[in-house]
Design a protein around this ligand. Structure first.
Ligand code: ME8
Length: 642
């Protein structure tokens, strides 16, 4: 007999805290970049919400029971507890410590507080008839710790991971999932934001349409787990145990005041392969207990190596500590959050990490700071106040306001990658402003008010950038602020507003914010290419692989020690890009500014004389004669050439 659920708890006025969770990871092996991905994303969101003045409870942890871990410990000849203690120790320090994960609680399922909650919860459901005893006959996937019925198993393999499943036939406790199928479906329909992104929501609705069977939630013959109350031959199924960590960490059944303030979770970030556990089984467990459901389960995509998911068992896992050692924590965090649209799958490559760092952080952001601080030193003795003559309608004031609002909107939608795209737009707008306003000419012409307005706006924009980047980067914002002469750390998102900074900026030049990453790569032959002896025909598809676009030259200067080369900065409609081009004999740098040219955008970046060249200018040449290829009439930068 099923009793009535207790009255709805949790969703009360007392809820005051933004509660965010990551999955609790299996300490069956060292964690890899995939685990870091979820955790860094959660950390950025936690930092953002704290800056917004919210009280935040950010929980991560470890899922330590189950057959897989027991087997690993047995293989190594150590006790399961010693085995997990060792790995969990390393997860906390050095891994999360070096990635600067600002969690408020690290929950381990082997902790007494959790045992208590799991047993209490089990008993409560049992008393109401939602847990019953029966015979389980079916299949079990060990790597996924998942039960499968005959109909779901595909030729003896797990439908999720494709690995062989094991036959299981034993007495078991069951959770009455099937009784909640319709309510669960209705809940998803009534709460469009409950499962995000929408593709995952649709997958879950489709899964529910296939029908839910009651879930086996205990195992016999395994002693590494939490015993079923009153029946110690059974241990509670590892997923049933693990999902309850979110209740334990909120103070369920132990700290009523805290629980009222925290429950329910506002955001549960998980990888897409475990959305089913979080968006169907887990909410049904809560429904059965009359507890409020999480406000959102967000299933992000996978980091892939080639076409395959990065995972320890596939032997393609990348160690985040190794990346931090080589590139620094901010480069790693930035790459993870910026590179792949949040929610989608994306390839992990070290080349892309290096490129992102060099282009976005070293070139765009680092140079902006360097140029601003250097110009303030050169043209204003290092100190600038906004002159009273400055009008209110200035390009960087407008752009800062637009971007600040866009970043907040994207963060509120948990769209981390697009938030960073917006930040990049502000960086580029500021760089473009330098080229447009040409402070060096204002200085030469003695136009001090205009000069100081431009320099002040650049410094103020950089300050705003230090605030916008605070959720994402953990070292650079402070280093940036030191160069701007700001000694206080970022404390509030309101500081993103233009004009919230000091009246006077007194800068302190410092080392590059992000030194360029130099990597040994096989250099293609320097200047010449081998002319093809045989005219080969190419298809349109090959031609279309080239991204050709119109760009406007915004800066040009000779490359020291190379009498044929110019360093050219172009605006390609999306961003500025640096190109090294062998046209110095034909063009004086100052004559190039403002010219429109055609660039190849998707050429692999290449280091030439220490400068990363991100593409190529098209030029026509014969013998010594050379002329740049240009559009016949003016057209917006970024226009496609085809
Ligand atoms: O599933 N790309 O733990 P787990 C992106 N203990 N994210 C990845 C990833 C990849 N290649 N690889 C791992 C478990 N992740 C259970 C969870 S929760 C109550 C119990 C991330 O150690 C992603 O968040 O297998 C994924 O869901 C999680 O690590 C799986 O970690």
């Amino acid at each position: 007999m099923r009793g009535p659920p207790p009255k709805e708890r949790g969703q009360r006025l007392a809820k005051s805290t933004w509660y965010l969770t990551t999955p609790i990871y299996y300490p069956s092996d060292r964690l890899h970049v995939g685990h870091a991905y979820t955790t860094v994303a959660a950390d950025a969101l936690a930092r953002y919400h704290r800056l917004r003045g919210q009280s935040v409870w950010f929980v991560t942890g470890s899922d330590e029971h189950g057959q897989k871990i027991k087997r690993r410990a047995d293989q190594q000849g150590v006790s399961a507890q010693d085995f997990v203690d060792d790995i969990v120790g390393q997860i906390k320090d050095p891994l999360w410590k070096r990635l600067a994960i600002s969690y408020d609680d690290f929950i381990r399922t082997t902790q007494t507080r959790h045992h208590r909650v799991v047993q209490t919860f089990f008993q409560q459901l049992q008393e109401r008839g939602d847990i019953y005893r029966g015979l389980y006959e079916g299949w079990y996937c060990l790597p996924c710790e998942t039960f499968w019925t005959q109909t779901k198993v595909q030729s003896g393999n797990c439908p999720d991971c494709g690995r062989p499943v094991e036959r299981v036939r034993q007495q078991s406790y069951f959770f009455r999932l099937s009784a909640y199928q319709d309510r669960m479906r209705q809940y998803i329909l009534d709460h469009p934001d409950f499962i995000q992104p929408t593709t995952r929501r649709n997958e879950m609705l489709a899964f529910l349409d296939e029908g839910l069977e009651d879930l086996s939630i205990s195992r016999t013959g395994l002693n590494w787990g939490i015993p079923v109350p009153g029946d110690p031959d059974h241990v509670i199924y590892v997923w049933f145990d693990a999902l309850l960590n979110y209740l334990t960490a909120a103070g369920y059944a132990s700290d009523a005041e805290r629980f009222e303030a925290i429950w329910p979770p506002d955001l549960q970030l998980v990888g897409k392969e475990i959305v089913r556990f979080h968006a169907i089984i887990w909410p049904i467990m809560l429904m059965a207990q009359g507890l409020a459901l999480p406000r959102q389960v967000f299933g992000h995509g996978w980091l892939l190596i080639g076409d395959t998911k990065m995972s320890k068992s596939r032997g393609n896992a990348v160690d985040p500590l190794d990346l931090i050692d080589r590139y620094g924590v901010d480069a790693v965090r930035y790459y993870l959050l910026r590179e792949v649209p949040f929610g989608a799958d994306g390839s992990y490559t070290e080349d892309a990490l290096v490129l992102r760092t060099n282009v976005d952080l070293a070139n765009d952001l680092g140079n902006l700071l360097h140029r601003t601080v250097a110009m303030m030193g050169r043209f204003a003795d290092g100190s600038v106040t906004l002159p009273p003559t400055a009008g209110a309608d200035r390009v960087l004031v407008r752009e800062t306001e637009r971007v600040g609002a866009a970043v907040a909107r994207k963060m509120d939608e948990h769209n981390l990658s697009e938030a960073l795209v917006a930040v990049g737009q502000l960086v580029r707008a500021a760089n473009r402003q330098i080229e447009v306003a040409q402070p060096w000419n204002l200085a030469k012409a003695g136009q001090t008010d205009q000069l100081h307005t431009v320099l002040f706006d650049l410094a103020e924009t950089l300050r705003v950038l230090s605030v916008l980047l605070t959720p994402f980067l953990v070292e650079a914002p402070t280093r940036l602020r030191v160069q701007l002469g700001l000694s206080t750390p970022v404390a509030d998102w309101k500081e993103t507003a233009f004009g919230q900074g000091p009246r006077t900026y007194s800068v302190q030049p410092g080392p590059p914010l992000f030194p360029r990453i130099e990597r040994e790569r096989e250099a293609p032959p320097a200047e010449a290419s081998t002319p093809s002896t045989q005219a080969e025909l190419v298809g349109l598809d090959l031609f279309r692989q080239l991204e050709l676009a119109v760009a406007t030259i915004v800066a040009a200067e000779p490359v020291a020690g190379a009498d044929r080369l110019l360093k050219i900065v172009v605006d390609d409609g999306e961003r500025t890009r640096t190109l090294v081009s062998g046209i110095r004999a034909q063009y004086a740098p100052e004559t190039l500014i403002g010219k429109q040219v055609v660039v190849v955008k998707n050429l692999r970046p290449q280091k030439i004389r220490g400068i990363l060249s991100e593409g190529m200018l098209l030029a026509a040449s014969t013998g010594d004669a050379l002329t740049l290829v240009a559009p016949e009439a003016a057209i917006a930068a970024g226009a496609k050439v085809k």
